[in-house]
Write a new protein. Structure first.
Ligand code: ADP
Ligand code: ZN
Length: 725
């Protein structure tokens, strides 16, 4: 091949053609470096016919500079890149960048110099050196990583190296991970589990595409069950990808994995250090028989990595909305996982106790196979569920727990059992205002209230992350001590528990408190050791955790999620509450769930109380059919934003004016987005509702492609959106 076409990693450059110098071997999928003016670009060699570009005459072609020392990106993954870009209306280069997710890995196998403390003291102590010595205790990494970890400059650390306080070690960047042993500790499966596991193993052995919905109630042992096909893939020398929704969940998962397979899996998530990314990426690109990664456990971004020999994908808690990425390439990892399975010709298992309506529908229409685990493992029973009608039994003024919920909590404390209170709101109070003048604290960058966090004495915007100290006096009228919190957050509920049960040992479990794997692990260890009586938590505690002594779950406000215009609101409330209810009574002691609501008659609340999942799904499916919503019709959103309000408004109007008139596609808006300002950008939104059969993406491309908008305007396209703000 003398003439090649490159997909370069920069959307603005488009497709570029080059020549291969004599003596250089190049094949499709190779990652190469090519000259571009005085600069260099990285690109993937692509099939010319699949990548339309301007024809460049032979004599103008410049030679590429080198082929990078990594295995070619396989055609299965090239097809996935094309599909993802096409389906989500994203540049192919943006998808390709998720594949080549470690710059270091592309440079080939090298050794890196890492450093660690020797125990020596520096000749002269400075505050920065002191800080470095404290922060780097037990750490090892490159100078750059350690500088970030210690919060000091690289120069400070170099000084410490010269003095022998830090010592270097040459580390092979590609050293293999410990081997997972498929037969290490095989569990004894229940009859139900065995049957499901056998079918999953068969699917792995068949080496063909098979989308499978593993529908198992909470506590049924889905993990133990899908570990069997994982073992079978390992035996066959193939790789497995397990996608998990939340990094806080991994700790518990890792322990169980190691118990079963005798070694930890390879981890992939956004907070890996660059050396860890590099090592993981290169191991993933290598087949297990050559010392490559066997099982990868990761967040959604692990889906795009260049697995050498993938044999199985498991998406655990597949209904979770954190599989949807809402910036950059706006993809849903659950759906892309199924497509990857299609291109790789391997099984994809979607595991959940509360599958997404879309997934259930695919199973019911025969597109996915459905396997069931209808009962809890080890004779544990599902918890009983009771509603507390807050209109009949209101909490005291300024309190949020109804008397009967408080009574049950006391009873649990007496029996040395645990209670979980669920409220999906971080912080102390969702709104703070001045009692004197009525001033409300609002984010200056976003149309959102600032949320008070008492632990950290700050007001925070949950949209942009802005934080400021909580002032002593009202910034508007100057009145001291005049600020009042409105409504509850988890911290406030924790305060209430502290008041009514002063001896209770309370843990607040949110993304603020369990923000590192180490903290999550500490929380789990304390809860398991019985060192916590009451857990107050957000959606973070709805999944994954297994605490045998937890026998009471209180849902503080079941109506919370039903507000707002999200089309999946009812489904999401159902999933959240069913999942959090699933934390109760998972071992020998029976569990009870109390759900506080003002709307016991709402269909989703009634279905939860009855434990009638099928009725809820059936009713919800009918509603979706009427609204032409997924899985029947499809939605897409176009978000137009600019720092300049007028520019955003006028651009949205121009897009609206240019809308295509089509029978099978309805376009609504533009209108100011519910979150009308975000991070200082004004936002307008158009919503598109299309028939299932409509050529939705083509219509959007034909519509938006020719429009030329001011430079400061961003147009985001969200196919199958989950967020409607
Ligand atoms: P799910 O994910 O379906 O809610 P888990 O996989 O967390 O359920 O399993 C619930 C509990 O039962 C876990 O502690 C798990 O280790 C245990 N368990 C499930 N199946 C088995 C088995 N076959 N042998 C031993 N323990 C099991
Ligand atoms: Zn903000």
């Amino acid at each position: 091949m003398r003439r090649i076409r490159l997909l370069v990693l920069n959307a603005a450059l488009g497709v570029l053609d080059y020549r291969v110098p004599d003596g250089m071997a190049v094949e499709h999928g190779n990652v190469v470096v090519a000259p571009l003016g005085p600069r260099q670009v990285t690109g993937i060699v692509w099939e010319e016919e699949r990548l339309p570009g301007a024809e460049v005459p032979e004599e103008k072609l410049r030679p590429i500079l080198s082929v990078l020392p990594v295995a070619p990106i396989r055609s299965e993954l090239r097809r996935l890149i094309e599909w993802t870009a096409d389906y989500y209306c994203a540049p192919m280069s943006s998808v390709a960048r998720m594949v080549l997710a470690s710059g270091g890995a592309l440079k080939g196998g090298v050794s890196v110099t890492e450093y660690r403390l020797t125990g020596e003291q520096p000749d002269r102590m400075t505050p920065q050196r002191q800080q470095a010595l404290e922060k780097l205790e037990g750490a090892q990494g490159t100078i750059r990583e350690l500088a970030a970890l210690a919060g000091v400059s690289e120069g400070v650390l170099r000084g410490l190296v010269n003095q022998g306080v830090l010592e270097p070690e040459e580390v092979d960047a590609d050293r293999p991970y410990p081997r997972a042993l498929p037969d290490h500790a095989e569990p004894v499966l229940s009859a139900d589990q065995k049957q499901v596991a056998d079918e999953l193993v068969e699917a792995v052995e068949a080496e063909d595409f098979a989308p499978i919905l593993l529908d198992g109630v909470t506590g049924s042992g889905k993990t133990e069950t899908y570990f069997e096909p994982v073992a079978s893939a390992i035996r066959a020398g193939r790789q497995v990808l397990v996608l998990l929704p939340e990094i806080a969940l991994t700790e518990n998962f890792l322990r169980r994995f190691e118990d079963r397979f005798g070694a930890p899996p390879v981890l992939w998530h956004s907070s890996l250090k660059s050396s860890e990314r590099r090592r993981a990426w290169r191991a993933i690109a290598r087949a297990p028989e050559d010392g490559g990664a066997q099982v990868v456990v990761g967040a959604r971004s692990a889906l795009f990595l260049p697995y050498a020999n993938l044999g199985l994908i498991v998406v655990d808690e597949a209904h979770e909305i954190s599989f949807k990425q809402d910036d950059g390439v706006r993809y849903n990892a659950r759906d892309v996982a199924v497509m990857r399975g299609h291109f790789e010709r391997i099984p994809v298992v979607l595991a959940s106790a509360t599958p997404a309506l879309e997934s259930l529908h695919m199973a019911e229409t025969g597109t996915y196979r459905k396997l069931n685990l209808p009962s809890r493992f080890g004779g544990a029973t599902l918890p009983t569920i009771r509603l507390i009608d807050l209109t009949q039994e209101p909490p005291e003024r300024g309190r949020w727990l109804a008397p009967s919920l408080a009574r049950e909590l006391f009873a649990r404390m007496e029996r040395k059992e645990q209670t979980l209170l669920f409220l999906n709101r971080r912080g102390y109070a969702p709104l703070t205002l001045c009692r004197n003048c009525g001033y409300r604290f609002q984010c200056k960058q976003c149309s959102a209230w600032l949320v008070e966090h008492r632990f950290s004495h700050r007001l925070a915007c949950h949209h942009c992350g802005h934080e400021e100290p909580t002032p002593e006096a009202c910034p508007e009228c100057g009145e001291p001590d005049s600020l009042v919190p409105c409504g509850p957050g988890v911290e406030r509920v924790a305060d209430e528990v502290r008041e009514i049960a002063p001896e209770a040992r309370i843990a607040v479990a949110t993304s603020d408190t369990l923000n590192t794997p180490a903290r999550a692990a500490e929380f789990v260890a304390m809860a398991e050791a019985g060192a916590i009586d009451v857990i107050v938590g957000t959606q973070l505690v709805t999944k994954g955790f297994h605490f045998p002594d937890l026998t009471l779950v209180g849902v503080v406000d079941a109506d919370l999620g039903l507000e707002g215009g999200d089309l999946r609101a009812a489904e999401r409330v159902y999933q959240q509450i069913a999942q959090v209810a699933g934390r109760a009574g998972r071992a020998s002691k029976p569990g009870e769930v109390l759900i506080q609501t003002r709307h016991p008659e709402a269909p989703v609340i009634a279905a939860l109380a009855e434990g009638d999942r099928d009725a809820f799904y059936a009713a919800e499916l009918d509603a979706r059919r009427d609204a032409n919503a997924p899985p029947f019709g499809r939605w897409a959103a176009i978000i137009v934003s600019s720092e300049d309000e007028k520019e955003a408004r006028l651009s949205a109007a121009r897009i609206g004016d240019a809308r295509p008139r089509l029978d099978d596609i309805m376009i609504l808006g533009p209108a100011p987005a519910p979150l009308a300002q975000l991070r200082g950008r004004y936002r307008y939104r158009l919503l598109i509702n299309a028939k299932r059969t409509a050529a939705l993406q083509d219509a959007i491309r034909d519509w938006l492609g020719p429009l030329e908008l001011p430079r400061g305007v961003r147009v985001g396209i969200d196919i199958d959106p989950y967020s409607f703000v």
